[in-house]
Structure formats: structure tokens, C-alpha cells
Design a protein around this ligand. Structure first.
Ligand code: AMP
Length: 142
């Protein structure tokens, strides 16, 4: 099971924000779309950073509420780990576990081309295990 297969099923739309948008506006995007992270992009849709709800909570804890008026680039993670469509679900699980994050942007031709969350990975893995179990049962029965 590859990233391409997940994106073919869930779609390739990604909620993105520009780096000069405020932290408050970024939080509103997370709330509006009921998501845990947004990708920060430049004018050409190249990935500049990622901001998760954890970054916003940590920034408020560290700097106080005044950070909410600052540009999102002050709280984002700039060193973004990305995958491409050929990565497998198992590879994503390893990368997310090693990096301790729950979101993985997909890069296509140097631009943002999709987003995989830990929820997508877990769902796909469960489906895969259930399918394999059914195949084994059918094989034993035949
Ligand atoms: P998350 O678990 O995705 O909510 O994010 C936890 C922390 O990891 C936050 O500081 C995020 O900015 C950061 N983060 C999330 N996804 C990635 C990624 N793909 N590459 C690098 N850092 C990330």
C-alpha cells in the first residue's frame, strides 16, 4: 500500500497558509477545517514549514498570548519531513514514529501535493491486516 493509493482514495486537497498570516488566523484555519496541522507554503506552493496545534499551544505557553499576533513563520517547524507518492504505509509509520509527529506532507514536483495524517496511516494498516486475514481464512477453507 503506497501514499499514492491513500491519496487516490482521500484526495489531494491540502489546507495551506502563507508564512505572513498571523498565528490567530492559522488557529482559525485549524478550527474551521477540523484538522491538526497546516502546511505553510510560498507563492509557488513550495513547502516552507508546518504548524500543528501543538506548536501554537507551546508558543502561547512560552511567549504568552501576544504571540497570537505574530506571523505563523515564528512558530512553524521549518525542517519539514516530506514523503512522495511512492512511499509505503510502513515507511510512513516508521518516519512518523521516529520523528514523533502525526502529519506528513506529500511533495510532488517540488510542491505540496497531498497530506497524510497518522489517522490515514492507521486506517490503511487496519484495512490491510483485515484483508490479509480474510485471504488466509479463504485459503484455509479452500
Ligand atoms: P504533530 O504530531 O503532527 O501535531 O506535530 C508535532 C510537532 O512536529 C510539531 O512541532 C510540528 O510542527 C512538527 N511536525 C509535524 N509534522 C511534521 C513533519 N512532517 N516534519 C517535521 N515536523 C513536523
Amino acid at each position: 500500500m503506497t501514499v499514492k493509493a491513500i491519496l487516490d482514495e482521500k484526495g489531494r486537497d491540502v489546507i495551506t497558509v502563507p508564512r505572513d498570516i498571523s498565528v490567530t488566523e492559522t488557529g482559525k484555519q485549524l478550527s474551521k477545517h477540523k484538522i491538526g496541522a497546516v502546511v505553510v507554503v510560498d507563492a509557488e506552493d513550495r513547502i516552507c514549514g508546518i504548524v500543528s496545534e501543538r506548536d501554537i499551544v507551546r508558543a502561547i505557553a512560552k511567549h504568552g498570548p501576544s504571540i497570537l499576533d505574530e506571523p505563523v513563520s515564528t512558530v512553524m517547524t521549518s525542517n519539514v519531513k516530506v514523503c512522495d507518492e511512492s512511499h509505503s504505509v510502513n515507511q510512513l509509520m516508521e518516519m512518523m514514529t521516529a520523528g514523533r509527529f502525526r502529519h506528513m506532507p506529500v511533495e510532488v514536483d517540488g510542491k505540496i501535493g497531498g497530506m497524510i495524517s497518522i489517522g490515514d496511516v492507521v486506517r490503511m494498516r487496519i484495512e490491510q491486516v483485515e484483508r490479509e486475514a480474510e485471504e488466509i481464512k479463504a485459503y484455509i477453507a479452500s
